[in-house]
Design a protein around this ligand. Structure first.
Ligand SMILES: *Cc1c(COP(=O)(O)O)cnc(C)c1O
Length: 471
């Protein structure tokens, strides 16, 4: 399998070459040259597989530069009941007639990002050992991504993590999750500033090419293809749990920010998994809902990006969206460049409303969307508690609301649960007047010793810290 860039760069790459990379050299995103097609016999065979074996089958269609036995061992080591809490790994439960929740949040940091990041940690360790190389991961987080990355990379050989976060702005639980890690290869850097300052620092350090090369700086952001690929697996696993046979369509609703999670659903659908509809659920930051309703994609500035009670979906632009649009415009890199380089660069928006391609987003590609507000979120949390005695986190609540607006009679609707409620306790308290229960392993983490340094919002200070901790 070879990978291409959405912006038309002539080079083709193998999986392990793009594993440790971010953007393609021309600024595009990597995609496989074609999506492997799954026939009904293969689906029938996969239906019976345990999660780790299903992951191996799917991954091996996209990865041909890791020996199969090694890849199998990596999957087996990643997707265990010990790490993810159950043998099913992503258990499905029916909430009401035809509406299901697929639990993706029982990994080490209680959010779905563990599903991909845990695999990435093991792939990185494997590939770095094979190359005899080291990698220093520099990131910026306001919560879920940073903790998922740290729990995936802790103790891994050849990898260090330098994770910046805005000082005092994460929830106490998220802070405690990250700062209580005592592993020598994990470095928490609290920046005096806001999340944007952290992102600017990461950008500035990455733009210093000499520094980047000397200190082997890498990232684990959501445009990484390996992360997206890992997420394809749970669409298959959810489908098999929601159906008794492979001729039945299923719809999925996905709480969305950077379009990584739902893009994996798109890939599963392109492979031939019988997905009826993919519902993109957004919060007040509705750039994606706006696109699927109107055909206009308009990235937001800082003042138009709201701080909401489903903070992991607070985005100004959706960094993985370019992958879907590439398929939407018939994989034509010239058209893609016009939209993402010319139009977005010049106007901050593009408009496909009059383009026949836009009709295909709903038609051929099965996309719908919905939007939810703080008041909707609280109402959904209360309603789900009252009627089903089930607590959902604010992001999953956004999903449930959008899902109910897009039900098709006779087609099961699977809502992806992207975090556990305890991660966002303040909103649960606002909705219900009480704190959600906390898994045993997290009891009292706020009181544990914290491992964190405070640095000013200054890229030079962060560079000096990295240089000092790299031998
Ligand atoms: C990251 C995240 C999302 C958004 O996922 P994308 O892949 O960026 O669309 C939704 N919910 C939670 C809890 C998250 O951590």
């Amino acid at each position: 399998m070879n990978y291409l860039s959405t912006r038309g760069h002539p080079d083709r790459k193998r999986f392990c070459e793009i594993l440790l990379e971010g953007l393609a050299p021309d600024g595009g995103l990597y995609l496989p040259e074609q999506y492997p097609q799954i026939d009904t016999a293969t689906l029938a065979k996969w239906r019976k597989l345990p999660y780790a074996e299903l992951a191996f089958e799917i991954l091996s269609l996209y990865i041909d530069d890791i020996p199969p036995d090694d890849l199998k061992a990596i999957c087996a080591k990643t997707y265990t009941a010990e790490v993810f809490g159950t043998d099913e790994i992503v258990p499905l439960r029916e909430l009401e007639d035809g509406v299901y929740l697929e639990a993706l949040s029982n990994g080490p940091t209680l959010a779905f990002k563990d599903m991909a990041m845990q695999l990435l940690g093991n792939l990185f360790e494997y590939e770095l050992a094979r190359r005899g190389a080291e990698l220093n991961i520099l990131g910026a987080t306001s919560g879920d991504t940073g903790s998922a990355a740290e729990y995936a990379m802790r103790g891994k050989k050849g990898v260090r993590v330098f994770m910046t976060s805005p000082d005092g702005r994460m929830s106490p639980f998220q802070q405690a999750q990250m700062f209580s890690l005592q592993d020598a290869n994990i470095h928490n850097i609290a920046i005096t500033g806001v999340f944007d300052d952290c992102q600017d620092i990461v950008k500035a350090v990455s733009n210093d090419l000499a520094f980047k090369r000397k200190y082997r700086i890498g990232t684990v952001n959501s445009i990484n293809w390996a992360r997206l690929l890992a997420q394809v697996v749970y669409y298959f696993a959810g489908y098999f749990q929601a159906t008794a046979s492979n001729d039945k369509p299923v719809s999925f609703t996905v709480p969305s920010g950077n379009f990584g999670n739902v893009c994996a659903g798109h890939v599963a659908r392109m492979m031939g998994l019988p997905i009826h509809t993919l519902v993109v659920a957004t919060n007040e930051n509705d750039v994606l809902d706006e696109f699927f309703r109107t055909g206009v994609y308009r990235v937001r500035g800082a003042v138009d990006t709201h701080e909401t009670s489903s903070p992991s979906m607070d985005i100004s632009k959706a960094s993985n969206f370019e992958r879907f649009v590439f398929d939407l415009v018939g994989r034509d890199p010239a058209r893609l460049r016009k939209l993402f380089v010319d139009d977005l660069g010049l106007n901050g928006s593009f408009d496909l409303s009059a383009d026949p391609a836009f009709a295909q987003a709903a038609g051929r590609f099965g996309f719908r969307s919905g939007r939810s507000t703080h008041a909707d979120r609280l109402a959904t949390i209360r309603d789900t508690d009252k009627r089903f005695a089930t607590l959902v986190d604010p992001h999953t609540a956004d999903g449930l609301k959008a899902a109910r607006e897009q039900l098709t009679p006779g087609v099961p609707m699977v809502v992806l649960e992207t975090a556990l409620p305890i991660k966002f306790a303040a909103t649960l308290v606002e909705a219900l007047g009480e704190e959600p229960a906390r898994p045993k392993k997290f009891e009292g983490i706020e009181a544990l010793p914290k491992r964190v340094v405070k640095l000013p919002a200054d890229a030079e200070a962060v560079k000096a810290y990295i240089a000092e901790h790299c031998d």
